[in-house]
Design a protein. Structure first.
Length: 151
């Protein structure tokens, strides 16, 4: 990761700061999110489109950064988000989409750890940033960061 001098290094903190700057006190439109402020982190992010039909939400991958594609093992842009994901660092945040995203008014942050199938400790941080059109949530930008600790 490229470190910007004099700024916060953590992905979640920098993304939330950029989200607040875009919204100026309200939930911003996704077009207002200035990815140039987090360009060094963008490969660890994904963007999801939110649709509502007949009281049910669906989520479609619009963007997947290179690091996320490597973690997922596949580029899923254009496909629906499903919850049958493998053990992907930070991916627990995706389970929060249906639970919280449709009604959220602030970023959702999560951190934790788990042991993967190779007996490695994975520590992760993740965030969901909601974006809307003034009436409903239309998009989410998700940031994932993780470290693998081997014995």
């Amino acid at each position: 990761m490229i470190e910007k001098q004099g700024s916060e290094r953590r992905l979640t903190a920098r993304m939330v700061e950029t989200w607040h700057a875009a919204g100026k006190g309200a939930i911003p439109k996704v077009e207002a999110f200035d990815i140039s402020q987090i360009s060094d982190l963008w490969s660890s992010c994904l963007r999801i489109m939110v649709r509502k039909a007949m009281n049910k939400h669906s989520y479609t991958y619009e963007y997947m950064g290179e690091d996320v594609i490597k973690a997922y093992g596949n580029n899923l842009v254009g496909r629906q988000v499903t919850m049958d994901i493998r053990t992907i660092p930070g991916a627990n945040v995706l389970y929060k989409l249906d639970e919280k995203l449709p009604n959220v008014t602030a970023p959702i942050l999560e951190q934790g750890n788990f042991v993967n199938d190779e007996d490695q400790l994975i520590k992760y941080r993740s965030c969901i940033l909601p974006f809307g059109d003034g009436i409903r949530i239309t998009h989410a930008v998700i940031g994932l960061s993780w470290k693998v600790f081997s014995e």
